[in-house]
Design a protein around this ligand. Structure first.
Ligand SMILES: [Zn+2]
Length: 221
């Protein structure tokens, strides 16, 4: 009887132990590994959240999980994926890292400039459309004028940036088309969601004796 009780007791103990081990397992999972400056010798820097950094390969840019932030796993990646770099020293990887950073910066600045140029192009085209000016006004007047203003009032190297804004007749035509189809799409969406709307259509002829159809729509937005 005692034995039985003890057994039961011991078994209950193991039952108690099991959840506790699972708790420690959970804790182990939560453990966040930190980046060690020394890991650069395995060709790794880090990225992502500072509290749970992820190892990033300097050579191929691959990102591993935070759990892989241990020398053995970093070493395994280096030896299996980049055997030619396995015997390189810290200095080599540091140089690679610096180069990567420079390239990233260059790429980022190139992207932001082209994005800005694109936005500027749309804004100028909107002005051209609103003033009902010919599509060629962008390349024949607006852009040269802007470049002159920037050259005289700002620095001459800024002129290059202004030159990146595309304002050719084809671009102006395409952007106007883009914007009008976007407006049309938005209007149709709004009309479909509005319960009621009034449509007024009128026809007329312009000075060239060509038929023009005017449609006016009213709705509660
Ligand atoms: Zn790699």
């Amino acid at each position: 009887m005692d034995k039985f009780l003890r057994r039961k007791d011991s078994s209950s103990r193991t039952d108690d132990e099991e959840p506790s081990t699972s708790v420690t397992k959970n804790l182990k999972k939560i453990v966040k590994r930190k980046y060690d400056e020394d890991y650069i010798k395995y060709g790794f820097s880090w990225c992502g959240d500072e509290t749970a950094p992820r190892p990033q390969c300097i050579i191929c840019g691959d990102q591993l999980s935070n759990e892989s932030m241990v020398p053995s796993k970093l070493k395994r990646h280096l030896y299996s994926s980049h055997p030619s770099c396995a015997n390189k020293d810290k200095q080599y990887f540091k140089r690679c890292l610096e180069q990567n950073k420079k390239q990233k910066k260059f790429m980022k600045s190139a992207v932001t400039v082209s994005e800005k140029a694109l936005e500027a192009s749309y804004h100028v085209v909107k002005l051209i459309a609103r003033q009902k000016k010919p599509h060629t006004v962008g390349e024949t007047l607006i852009k040269p004028a802007c470049m002159e203003i920037v050259r005289l009032m700002l620095e001459s190297n800024e002129v290059k940036e202004v030159n990146k804004v595309s304002l050719s007749a084809d671009t102006v035509k395409r952007r106007i088309h883009d914007m009008s189809s976007d407006i049309l799409g938005t209007l149709i969406k709004k009309l479909l969601s509005a319960e009621k709307f009034a449509l007024q259509i009128d026809e007329t002829t312009d000075i060239k004796n060509k038929a023009q159809l005017i449609a006016i729509v009213r709705f509660v937005d």
